[in-house]
Design a binder for this molecule. Structure first.
Ligand code: HPA
Ligand code: ZN
Length: 321
């Protein structure tokens, strides 16, 4: 089986409805009844409803051990699909909303990464993220906690959330803090914002990768620049189809972006919300963009080269592909 690597997945967004319900029950937490549909799956239709549903599900994750379990459960599923490396977005704002400290949330995730490595040999690393629609002040607070709490598994800084709110330049201070502390950074851009959102992120933030970036396809000059500068794109076709950006996987520009010479990677984003997994993304990419084993392995190599982890680990991962 093809070895796989994932660079774009939101940790709270990996918890299945079953795990969310189990944690809520254990914690005696009342879940918002609108979190689930009658068939038990997460209930949302638009992207903005998705973000809201994500928050409601994340509220069930309340302790260090809950974060350990969510992390371990996800990495165990990935290991079964021959995933060798996962960079996970953690969100201290979601942890704080559920009553947890920055360090408890981090230590819980790190314990899950340790346990999964011990049991399956899969390597996990953490990108600490702020939430764009919560605004620049909260983002700066997350970035400050991030630089003040270094951990060997924490390899970068990022931002998710609603990119139609605020402007990238509002977050320059937070991103610069992370970059000056020696970290690489990535930002969600060109998902629900157009190519101008990607342009603004490149102009105002010290990012070395782009979260999604798929809508660069709408601006030929920008696409060419992204290809020339070898800026890796964290593409998530299943997520984009689920949230309604493209009608189906065939209409998704993944293949065109690849042909334009961009450095592409494949990720699941929020797997149970989008009925996907890393393995399913690779399988569907093979079918819809006509990719053979070599092309799929090259996508994994792209991801390892673009990862924010150290070079020794990259060498080890590359040798295992
Ligand atoms: N996009 C933007 N923000 C997010 C996502 C996403 O898919 N998941 C969690 N936060
Ligand atoms: Zn995302």
């Amino acid at each position: 089986m093809v070895k796989k690597a994932e660079l774009h997945v939101h940790l709270e967004g990996t918890a299945t409805p079953a795990l969310v319900k189990k944690l809520a029950e254990k914690n005696g937490a009342d879940l918002d009844p609108t979190t689930f549909k009658s068939d038990g799956e997460f209930s949302w239709t638009t992207f903005w409803e998705f973000l809201d549903c994500y928050d409601k599900a994340a509220a069930a994750i309340r302790s260090k051990d809950d974060y350990r379990l969510v992390t371990y459960d996800y990495l165990a599923r990935c290991a079964r699909e021959d995933v060798i490396y996962v960079e996970m977005f953690s969100s201290p704002d979601h942890a704080a909303e559920a009553g947890m400290s920055y360090s408890d949330h981090l230590e819980g995730i790190a314990a899950g990464i340790d346990d999964a490595y011990r049991d399956f040999g899969i390597v996990g690393r953490i990108i600490v993220t702020c939430v764009r629609h919560l605004g620049p002040e909260k983002a700066l607070r997350v970035a400050t906690a991030f630089v003040n709490n270094p951990h060997p598994f924490v390899v970068g800084f990022g931002m998710g959330g609603d990119e139609t709110q605020f402007h990238p330049k509002d977050f320059t201070a937070a991103f610069n803090l992370a970059q000056r502390a020696g970290y690489q950074t990535t930002n969600h851009a060109g998902e629900f914002g157009g190519p101008e959102s990607i342009r603004a992120s490149l102009d105002h933030l010290p990012i070395t990768r782009i979260g999604h970036g798929v809508r660069a396809i709408e601006d030929g000059e920008l696409l060419e620049e992204i290809a020339d500068r070898r800026i890796p794109l964290e593409l998530c076709p299943g997520s984009n189809v689920s949230t309604g950006l493209y009608g189906d996987r065939k209409l998704h520009p993944f293949g065109k972006i690849m042909e334009a010479g961009c450095v592409v990677t494949l990720s699941s984003d929020d797997p149970p919300f989008f009925a996907t997994s890393v393995g399913y993304e690779y399988e569907q990419a093979a079918i819809n963009y006509d990719l053979g084993t070599k092309a799929l392995e090259d996508i994994t190599r792209n991801a390892v080269h673009a990862a924010f982890c150290d070079d020794d680990l990259k060498e080890r991962l590359l040798a295992s592909i």
